[in-house]
Structures are given as C-alpha cells and as structure tokens.
Design a protein around this ligand. Structure first.
Ligand SMILES: N[C@@H](CCC(=O)N[C@@H](CS)C(=O)NCC(=O)O)C(=O)O
Length: 214
C-alpha cells in the first residue's frame, strides 16, 4: 500500500489540488476512486467513515484523515517543505488567496461547470448567468494579481498557486468559454505551473475519465 491514499475522481478540481501537490512533491500516493456521479459522497457510509462533510478530496496518511483541500495542501507543505510559503506574512497571504479561491474563484467555477455539463437536468440559465458574472469578475482579480508577479505569493510557486489552478486546466468546452484566451496573465502562469516536474493534467492524474456513457 502506498504511503498516502487520496479519495478523488478525475472531474474534481477540488481533488486535483491535492493530487497535483502529491505528484509534484514526488510522494508515494495512490488514488482511491470516489464514485461521485453515482452519489457515493452522499451515502451514510461515506459520511460516517470517510468525511462527515460529504466531500472529496480526503487524504489518508499515517492514521489521519484530512479533508478540505486547503488543509491538505498546508499539511503536505509543512511535511515536505515544498511549495511552502516562507514566513508569517507569506503564510497569511497564501491563506488569504486559498480562501478567496475556495469561495470565489474555483468555488464558483466548479458549480458552474457542473451545472453546464454534468447536472441532469442542466442548470437554470439565470443561475448560470449569475455564476458567470461572478466568475468573470474573480478571474479578472486573479489576472491582475498575476500581472504583478509570476506567482500568487512571491517569486516561486506555493500552495496558493496549486489551489488556484484547481479547475483551470479542464477543457474550455466544459466551461463554454476559454479562460486562458481571455486572461493573458492567467494563461502565462498556467504554463509556468505546467512546466513544473511531474505536473499532470487532472484527467491523467486521477481515475474516472472519461465518464461512462448513459
Ligand atoms: N472546499 C472543499 C470543496 C470540496 C468539494 O466541494 N468537493 C466536491 C467534489 S468536486 C464534493 O465532494 N461535493 C460533494 C457533493 O456535492 O455531494 C475543498 O476544497 O476540499
């Protein structure tokens, strides 16, 4: 058995944050497929035994079960010393962007994409329009931040970057608009993260893609 197990599935940008970090630091890890589209996270068993919040990702390591990708990223950064914001100011700044990401950047992008391409029936157009307005605004904030420097905090990649890329490598047709084409600084930053050794696309890193038809 590998040192780390990660409950995850390919379509989950939230899980991708943790999977990418594990891969980039060269950890000995294995995915544990979560059958999200069949409702596994909503089962009493999952909530009782895996995560009371009913979510993926969940990281299992040395008897611990950690949830919330921001917590998992912080844990792995502390343990490995990699992608760790150095010093209190950088730590707080990284946390600030991770929370903004969870709530406002990928926090809207994930449900937007879900309602567009996975939900049955598909999302209400008014809800989609509301989310798209928030997404455009928040991606512009991210783009402006990246105009000022190569990474979110300082001159090297940290867990704040690995959080914020969560959904941004998924294909443009899943969103119905091209994030990289519309946000040039985001596009260049995505290329910088992609160039890191052991980077992998979410569909190549986690199980469950493509989804079975039907
Ligand atoms: N803030 C959480 C979000 C986790 C999350 O929402 N995960 C989704 C999958 S992408 C989930 O498991 N949702 C459960 C459900 O909707 O039942 C994190 O960053 O880990």
């Amino acid at each position: 058995m590998a040192e780390y197990q990660l409950y995850c599935f390919a379509q989950s940008g939230n899980a991708y944050r943790a999977a990418l970090m594990l891969n980039l630091i060269g950890a000995d890890w294995e995915p544990r497929f979560v059958d999200f589209f069949k409702g596994e996270t909503r089962t009493p068993e999952y909530r009782a035994n895996v995560n009371e919040m009913g979510e993926a990702p969940v990281l299992v390591h040395r008897g611990r079960k950690l949830t919330q990708s921001g917590v998992i990223l912080s844990y792995l950064a502390k343990l490995s010393g990699r992608f760790k914001p150095e010093g209190e100011d950088a730590e707080l700044e990284a946390l600030r962007w991770i929370i903004f990401d969870n709530q406002k950047v990928n926090g809207y992008l994930g449900p937007y994409r879900f309602l567009r391409i996975f939900a049955k029936p598909a999302g209400d157009p008014a809800v989609l329009a509301f989310l798209k307005g928030r997404i455009d605004n928040n991606l512009a904030i991210l783009d402006k931040r990246l105009a000022a420097g190569p990474y979110i905090v300082g001159q090297r990649p940290t867990i704040a970057d690995l959080s914020l890329v969560a959904y941004l490598y998924y294909p443009a047709d899943e969103f119905g608009f091209d994030i990289a084409a519309q946000h040039k600084n985001v596009a260049a930053w995505l290329e910088r993260i992609k160039a890191l050794p052991r980077w992998k696309h979410p569909y190549d890193l986690m199980p469950g893609h493509p989804l079975p038809q039907g």
